[in-house]
Design a protein around this ligand. Structure first.
Ligand code: ZN
Length: 150
């Protein structure tokens, strides 16, 4: 980094401040050459994997798509939005930490299902039947078993 005024690289950090969510850090710097002061900002670059669909196509990881799937499955069920948001957050965290390049839509479906099972059994069965990753419930249950063994 160079001083924006005199282009010297002789800089010193005089103050460091982190944002409330700890995703951004601002630093106040001073140029030792001309005494010019300026700020820089560092941000965490969140990188979500691509989603590989059953047909092999890849698409951008979409939080809203997961949320819509959850909402559809929970229509008229006693599940509140906060519970659904928590499931989405957990899936995003898991995808970020476990996969760098890509994750299969089937794996995401399983996570959605296990999240739904915790909040509403009827909604989880509904989700499983709408998303044809599973031909029947046994298939789904055995897949869930595999997942727990990981
Ligand atoms: Zn300078």
């Amino acid at each position: 980094m160079k001083c924006p005024k005199c282009h010297s690289q002789n800089l010193r950090v005089i103050e460091t401040r982190s944002s409330n969510d700890h995703l951004t850090t601002r630093r106040r710097r001073i140029c030792e050459n001309c005494q010019f002061r300026f700020s820089t900002q560092e941000s965490v670059l969140l990188s979500l994997p691509k989603v590989r669909k059953k047909n092999g196509q890849k698409e951008v990881f979409s939080k809203s798509k997961i949320l819509h799937g959850l909402q559809a499955a929970c229509a008229k069920r006693p599940v509140n939005k906060e519970q659904l948001n928590q499931i989405v957050t957990r899936i995003v965290d898991w995808a970020e930490k476990s996969f760098s390049e890509e994750v299969s839509s089937c794996d995401i479906g399983l996570r959605v299902l296990s999240g739904l099972m915790e909040v509403d059994q009827v909604a989880s069965v509904r989700f499983a039947s709408v998303h044809q990753n599973f031909s029947n419930l046994d298939d789904f249950v055995s897949q869930l078993g595999n997942m727990e063994h990981e």
